[in-house]
Ligand binder design. Structure first.
Ligand code: ATP
Ligand code: MG
Length: 413
């Protein structure tokens, strides 16, 4: 229909310039910090076979049972927009034949898709920065990965974040714990919400992180995995904590962390804030030693995490200003080509520059101001004759005449 404005899909937002500047800041911190831990970036497909997520994330999860954007393509293939990054990373690791290449340390940045109920900090298309490490045998790797996550968020200067850790046990100790938990939950089933009741049989550990207050009250003395760990898991969990202490990473044990996805074992963790309401988890992850084998590869230890870029960007206190160093104001028709050349010269020295297009001085200064230029370079006929420019510092109002070389020095400082 002509004239009606099309809107983006609910829960799917545009990244306009101010937003993307904040995202870049998050991404720059991630690349810098992950690089110092020798992680390399990978770029993996957004479309994957639906089967990949059904097999890895598990059918009993919200993601697979109701949140995937899955469809049949024109050739009859079952395709899905990826809801998370780990399954695709494991697929790529196997397909790339890297299982005998020693440890692989990867990070990625990109969009994920989940058809959730949109809220502040909960979108249907959102971006994650994630890391995966294949061949991460022991608790020290866990501690280092957690230290890396901690440093990444410190680098962003976000205050009030808390690292919470838990152990989810392994196939040796989890079944007995699961039975104890199911027995406990069944005794209180009539007091738990409908969703919890559905989960008792399908995915009982997920009952533990139910957000309903009356359920939480019922769960106050529920059995906890950390008290049912086998010897190997117990010593892994202790080793992790020793490592965190050695690296001076503050943490707290939260026995309610279960992770939404089925494939985690042993170490699970979240970094949370109290500033985003129910969307308070900014980074989450854990160990998934069984997944590579589950997807057809050799037994491989692995650990990873993902952080939501939009949630982190919401916590950045300073606005990212547009980086405009110089606006060039040209006074008079005869200086237009000369001023274009000067603008170009400045760009070749790495400054961001807009040319205000000539015309009245008033209009050009107004434009420079609206663009948020740090400096205005004024070029009139006199300046052109004598090879100088008039430089105005927009923050202080200070004005001076300078030769082009000295101009560079002032701008650089
Ligand atoms: P939540 O408990 O908030 O639903 P989750 O356990 O589903 O999070 P993960 O699958 O572990 O989250 O994803 C890691 C991170 O990705 C989360 O901590 C969060 O920062 C971000 N994230 C997850 N889902 C969304 C979403 N729908 N919108 C925005 N960010 C999200
Ligand atoms: Mg979720």
């Amino acid at each position: 229909m002509a004239g009606t404005k099309l809107q983006s899909i609910r829960g799917i937002h545009d990244g306009l310039p101010a937003q993307v500047r904040a995202w870049h800041r998050v991404e720059t911190a991630a690349r810098k910090v992950f690089g110092t831990y020798a992680f390399s970036e990978v770029r993996l497909p957004i479309l994957e076979p639906t089967e990949l997520f059904v097999r890895s994330i598990g059918e009993a999860t919200d993601i697979v049972s109701k949140e995937m954007y899955a469809f049949t393509d024109q050739g009859g293939d079952q395709i899905c927009l990826r809801p998370e990054g780990t399954a695709g990373a494991v697929r790529a690791y196997l397909q790339g034949g890297l299982t005998r290449s020693g440890s692989q340390r990867w990070h990625y940045i990109g969009p994920m898709f989940r058809r959730e109920r949109p809220q502040k900090g909960r979108l249907r298309q959102f971006q994650q920065i994630g890391v995966e490490m294949f061949g991460a045998a022991g608790p020290l790797e866990d501690a280092e990965i957690l230290a890396m996550a901690h440093r990444f968020l410190s680098e962003l200067g976000i205050a009030g974040l808390q690292l919470e850790i838990n152990s989810l046990g392994c196939s040796a100790c989890r079944p007995a714990y699961r039975d104890a938990l199911v027995a406990y939950l069944n005794q209180r089933a009539d007091k738990l919400c409908e969703t919890c009741n559905e989960r008792i049989d399908k995915n009982p550990m997920r009952v533990l992180d139910c957000k309903v207050a009356s359920c939480q009250a019922e769960l106050s003395d529920a059995p906890e995995m950390v008290n049912h760990l086998c010897e190997a898991c117990e010593s892994h969990f202790a080793g992790l904590q020793d490592g965190l202490k050695a690296l001076h990473v503050p943490y707290r044990i939260n026995a309610r962390i279960v992770r939404g996805l089925d494939y985690y074992n042993r170490t699970a963790f979240e970094i949370v804030t109290d500033q985003l309401g129910a969307q308070g988890t900014v980074l989450a992850g854990g160990r998934y030693d069984g997944l590579v084998e589950e997807l057809g590869g050799p037994a491989t230890t692995a650990i990873g995490f993902a952080a939501g870029i939009e949630r982190l960007a919401m916590l950045l206190t300073e606005q990212e200003a547009a980086a405009l160093d110089v606006a060039v104001v040209a006074l008079g028709e005869q200086v237009i080509s000369y001023s274009l050349q000067q603008a170009d010269e400045l760009r070749q020295h790495g400054f961001s520059v807009v040319h205000c297009g000539g015309g009245s001085a008033k209009r050009q200064f107004k434009a420079a101001d609206r663009e948020g230029a740090r400096f205005v370079v004024v070029i009139g006929e006199d300046e052109m004759q004598t090879g100088v420019v008039t430089l105005k510092n927009m923050a202080t109002g200070e004005q001076q005449q300078l030769a082009f070389n000295s101009l560079m020095e002032v701008l650089q400082s």
